[in-house]
Design a protein around this ligand. Structure first.
Ligand code: ARG
Length: 609
């Protein structure tokens, strides 16, 4: 009976039993979904949480009204070999104690599963997705414009999603869809010609601040009609491929690119640039194909695709005959599906672009690029995220500028974590280089984790003090920065502590893995063991985070893992106990899973510091 039982299965089985009970308890209310959860309390293994919501529904139902829904749910629960006993807890819960015999069989399988992971590697716990190749379109800043905190969020979230898919054996094309095309290049090029007649020798030091350069040329464009005229002509000349214009354009892109690369390097993010310009040659063909399908219509001089339920159409050719953001995105989507054969195409931008992507996807669906059933591949998903807010609750800004520059922000994270390290006397212990590297790793890691742990759709408040929270001071073997709360540093500390427990035991875990056995007799061992297993399970952590594109699910898992470990460690003696071997293996398994989480959340460099 215990064959194939994993935690998810077990929960589903219990849910089925409770479904039968709920149907009998409140007949005529078919839509009540059983809520079954593991309980950490000592009264049981699992609990059903439906009762509280039923008090209003049982009024006037004799029998139930008297003793209340929990008792009724318990009474109506069918007999099962799984269940040893049940009890009512307050007005809202029914607790279940699972059968010892049945669980012993199940648990044996679980133990084998953990042990197998330890021997064969964490890859045995990778989710199985049904696709081979995906595109993750993320970061995607615009040339010569500011790379702002929105792009930072896109970079961090996109990178993590890509890593999770890669862990799931999906080949990921990490695409930087930089804004390297468009009318703004006319004015930039003309301005470059004007300021630097020998523009080909110009490098970033000569131009200085590219954003300032952009602003200056925009000012010119707005007030000087003659310049504006030249700039507009420059766009045409660029687009028709005139060599000098192409060169100037490439020059500007290159300078921007170097700036972006510095940020990627600091964050340890890898992605491949295929900017808007890459898709240009394919646009006419794609529009023609859509036109031949009868999808493109004439509207106010422009050529557009109408989409059901949305009152504005998707403009694919502007009234002046030029292409726009949407023409490029339709073409990039076509390219990714047909040339790159990607089955899942994921776009990471702020929620402000949701309607744009909604329209692009729906237009593609009208063209038959996607199956009618949204759950089937190939499919496209927009991963939107909320605003970054300052402590005043308004859009995040620094004192002086309108937008926060990414480089400044990373500088500040580093400065702060360095100050914290110096405060702990690290300047005397470490070389300047070690100090720098550790400060960077911790500072950037803190920024990443603070972003990822939130549900991406909610706005989040950027707060350095909170993300580098270091209220509790204790010795720390790896980076000696101690933290409390749901922060990167706290989690890294938890991991370092586990490693030091194993180290201090003097045992070789490689040997233990082969010969030792894990037992989960203590309640806190069991909770920890079950939590570890959830990492691997279908519809559990990584797969859920992947399928629903929600990195915070993984953060939450990681945080709970370290909490469960702490509870286990404070109640179960490891070194020198009768269960030493088993408990060391449990420590090791926890450390392995934590490291995988750090890797997926791109905190690995921080860990190595
Ligand atoms: N460059 C755009 C921006 O900064 C983001 C591009 C997102 N990707 C795409 N395929 N449209 O807002």
């Amino acid at each position: 009976a215990a064959e194939q039982e994993n935690v998810g299965n077990l929960k589903r089985k219990l849910a089925k039993l409770f479904q039968l009970s709920l149907d009998a308890t409140v007949p005529g209310e078919p839509d009540i979904e059983p809520q079954v959860a593991a309980c950490t309390a000592k009264f049981g293994d699992y609990q059903c949480n439906n009762a509280m919501g039923l008090w209003s529904k049982i009024k006037g139902r004799p029998g139930i009204e008297f003793r209340g829904p929990p008792a009724a749910i318990m009474k109506n629960l069918p007999q099962s070999e799984m269940i040893e006993s049940c009890s009512v807890a307050g007005p809202g819960f029914v607790n279940v104690v699972l059968s010892k015999n049945w669980m012993a069989q199940v648990r044996l399988l679980w133990l084998q599963n953990i042990q197998k992971m330890l021997v064969d590697g964490i890859e045995t716990w990778a989710p199985k997705l049904s696709i081979k190749r995906a595109v993750v379109d993320f970061s995607s800043p615009n040339i010569a414009k500011e790379m702002h905190v929105g792009h930072l969020r896109s970079t961090i979230i996109g990178d993590t999603l890509a890593s999770m898919l890669e862990f799931s054996n999906v080949e990921v094309l990490r695409r930087n869809h930089v804004g390297d095309w468009g009318t703004q290049f006319g004015m930039l090029i003309e301005f470059l010609f004007e300021k630097f007649p020998n523009f080909e020798d110009v490098n970033e030091t000569a131009i200085g601040d590219l954003q300032a350069f952009y602003k200056e040329s925009k000012q010119r464009f707005d007030v000087d009609a003659e310049f504006k005229d030249r700039a507009q002509k420059a766009v045409v000349r660029l687009q028709s491929g005139e060599q000098m214009y192409r060169k100037a354009w490439a020059q500007i892109c290159e300078i921007s690119r170097r700036e972006f690369d510095q940020v990627y390097q600091r964050l340890g993010v890898h992605l491949e640039e295929k900017g808007e310009s890459f898709y240009n040659p394919h646009i006419p063909g794609v529009i023609e194909a859509l036109t031949n399908q009868g999808l493109v219509e004439e509207s106010k001089g422009a050529r557009v695709i109408f989409i059901e339920g949305i009152n504005i159409p998707l403009i694919v050719v502007k009234s002046d005959g030029g292409y726009n953001y949407a023409s490029t995105d339709m073409t990039a989507l076509w390219y990714r599906l047909n040339e790159e054969k990607a089955e899942w195409i994921i776009y990471v931008t702020d929620v402000g672009q949701q309607q744009h992507f909604d329209m692009v996807f729906k237009a593609a669906k009208r063209a038959g690029w996607f199956p009618a059933d949204d759950r089937q591949y190939p499919k496209a998903s927009h991963v939107g995220f909320g605003l970054v807010l300052g402590e005043d609750g308004k859009r995040f800004r620094t004192r002086s500028t309108e937008v926060v520059r990414l480089a400044d922000l990373l500088d500040e994270a580093k400065t702060r974590s360095k100050a914290a390290l110096i405060e702990r006397g690290k300047a005397a212990e470490w070389t300047e280089e070690e100090l720098e590297q550790t400060a960077e790793a911790i500072g950037y890691g803190a920024v990443k984790y603070a972003d990822l742990k939130n549900n991406r759709l909610t706005n989040y408040t950027f707060d350095f003090d909170q993300m580098l929270n270091d209220k509790v001071k204790m010795p720390f073997p790896a980076c000696l920065l101690l933290c409390e709360g749901n922060t990167a540093v706290y989690l890294l500390y938890a991991h370092a502590r586990i490693c030091s427990i194993i180290r201090k035991s003097g045992k070789d875990t490689e040997e233990l893995k082969k010969t030792g056995k894990i037992v989960l007799d203590h309640a806190d061992e069991r909770v920890l063991g079950l939590h570890l297993l959830q990492f691997a399970e279908a519809r559990q952590v990584v797969e859920e985070a992947c399928s629903n594109l929600l990195p915070n699910v993984l953060c939450e898992y990681l945080y709970n893992l370290s909490e469960n470990f702490t509870r286990f460690y404070s109640n179960c003696q490891v070194v020198g106990s009768a269960e030493e071997t088993s408990r060391l293996l449990l420590c090791e398994a926890t450390a392995v899973v934590m490291r995988k989480c750090f890797f997926l959340l791109e905190l690995y460099r921080t860990l190595m510091a």
